[in-house]
Design a protein. Structure first.
Length: 367
C-alpha cells in the first residue's frame, strides 16, 4: 500500500474548492485523485462569480481573507488560463451597491472603501436603475469571474493537463481509518461497485455535503436559485449588488441574476415558482426594464454554511486528514487563498502571521 499511496493527495469533492486545491498540488508535481459524486449542484458551478470583498460588506477576518485572495487571483487565473487555454472571464468591472438613503449607506460596513455616488451619478453608472435608489457606492476594486461557463471548465482542463485523476459519480460511503490515520475512502462508484481508494493525505472539500462524509462537521446546505437574462450588449457594465438581488453582466450581454437564500430547503432539488418570483421581484426593484429581457436559464445549487458563516480550513485531529469547506457565499472569492494556504500547510511550508491567524480563526476546533 505504501508504494500506491506515496505522494498521493486524495481530494474528496470536485467542486471549485476541491479543483483549486487539486490544481495547486498537481502543478507542483504531486499525484492527485479527485472523488466527486455530482459536481453540477456544487456552489462553485452555480455561483455568479462575484469578487466582492468590499461590495458585500465583509467584516473582520473574512474581509482580510477576501482582500488577500483578491490579491492572489490575477496570477492564479493567469496560470489556469495558460495551462487550460481557456479565458476565465476575470474582470475588475467594479460593483455598484445602491441605497435608499444616506443613513443606510453610512451604516454599510465597508462604505469607506467605496466611491460615493449621488442619484445623478448612480444613473450614469447604471442606466435604467430604479428611481427608488437615491445614493450608491462604487467599489472599483471589486469585479467578477465567469465561473459557471469558464473557470470551472478551465480548472478541470488544467488539472487534467497536470495528470489529475477524476472519479465522477463516486459516492463516499466512509473513510477508512486505522488508528489515528486515514488510509483512504470506501466508495460506491458509478457502476455500482464498492472500491477502496487510497491516499497519503486526504482533503475533505465536499461543500454542502461535507457532513455526510464526516458527521461531526457543523455544515448545512443553504439553497440558492438563480436565473439568467439576455440583455442588449453593454446594457450594464458594472455589477449591480442590491440588498436581496444582484445582477452580474457578462461580456456577451448575458446577465446572471441571483440568488435566493433558503436555509430550510435542505437538499431539495429544482427551481420553484416562489424562488423564480423572488428573483423577478429583485430584478424589478433594481432595473425594471430588464424584466422585459428574455430569460435564458434557471438553475440552483447548495452553499455550504457553518453556524458562524465562516469557512473551516486546516488540520483535523486525524493526522493526515485536512478540511477545506464551509465557504458559504464566497467560494469563488476565497478559492485562490484557500488552495494556497492548504498547499503550504500540508507541505509544512512556512506560513506568515496572517496565514497562521486565518488557520486559527477558521479552525474546526472553534466549534
Amino acid at each position: 500500500m505504501e508504494s500506491e499511496t506515496k505522494n498521493t493527495i486524495l481530494i474528496i469533492g470536485g467542486g471549485l474548492i476541491g479543483l483549486s486545491i487539486a490544481y495547486e498540488f498537481a502543478r507542483n508535481k504531486f499525484k492527485v485523485e479527485v472523488l466527486s459524486k455530482n459536481r453540477s449542484e456544487s456552489a462553485g458551478f452555480v455561483a455568479a462569480g462575484m469578487l466582492a470583498t468590499h461590495a458585500e460588506g465583509l467584516e473582520d477576518e473574512l474581509f482580510i481573507f477576501g482582500q488577500q485572495s483578491q490579491n492572489l487571483i490575477p496570477e492564479w487565473i493567469k496560470n489556469i488560463e495558460q495551462d487550460s487555454g481557456i479565458d476565465c472571464g476575470l474582470k475588475k468591472c467594479g460593483i455598484v451597491v445602491p441605497f435608499e438613503n444616506l443613513k443606510k449607506l453610512k451604516k454599510f460596513k465597508t462604505y469607506k472603501y467605496g466611491k460615493y455616488l449621488n442619484q445623478k451619478n448612480l444613473k450614469k453608472e447604471i442606466s435604467g436603475i430604479n428611481t427608488n435608489w437615491e445614493h450608491g457606492l462604487l467599489f472599483e476594486q471589486d469585479g467578477q469571474i465567469d465561473n459557471r461557463r469558464r473557470l470551472m471548465r478551465a480548472l478541470e482542463r488544467a488539472c487534467s493537463m497536470h495528470g489529475v485523476k477524476f472519479q465522477e459519480g463516486a459516492d463516499v460511503k466512509e473513510l477508512i481509518l486505522e488508528k489515528n490515520k486515514i488510509l483512504g475512502a470506501k466508495v460506491l462508484n458509478a457502476t455500482g461497485e464498492i472500491k477502496n481508494i487510497f491516499g497519503e493525505k486526504v482533503i475533505l472539500c465536499c461543500g454542502a455535503w461535507s457532513k455526510k462524509v464526516l458527521n461531526n462537521l457543523p455544515i448545512f446546505p443553504v439553497k440558492g436559485q438563480m436565473l439568467s437574462i439576455q440583455g442588449p450588449e453593454n446594457s450594464i457594465k458594472r455589477v449591480l449588488f442590491g440588498p436581496n438581488t444582484y445582477l452580474v453582466p457578462r461580456d456577451d450581454g448575458l446577465i446572471v441574476v441571483g440568488a435566493t437564500v433558503e436555509d430550510k430547503a435542505e437538499f431539495n432539488q429544482g427551481n420553484t415558482p416562489k424562488g423564480i418570483n423572488q428573483l423577478q421581484e429583485g430584478i424589478k426593484s433594481l432595473l425594471p426594464e430588464a424584466l422585459n429581457w428574455p430569460q435564458m436559464e434557471h438553475w440552483w445549487g447548495f452553499r455550504p454554511c457553518t453556524p458562524d458563516f465562516k469557512p473551516i480550513i486546516g488540520k483535523t485531529q486525524i493526522v493526515n486528514l485536512y478540511i477545506a469547506t464551509g465557504h458559504y457565499r464566497n467560494g469563488v472569492l476565497f478559492s485562490a487563498i484557500t488552495s494556497d494556504i492548504m498547499f503550504k500547510l500540508i507541505q509544512e511550508k512556512t506560513l506568515n502571521n496572517i496565514e497562521t491567524t486565518f488557520l486559527k480563526k477558521f479552525s474546526f476546533n472553534r466549534f
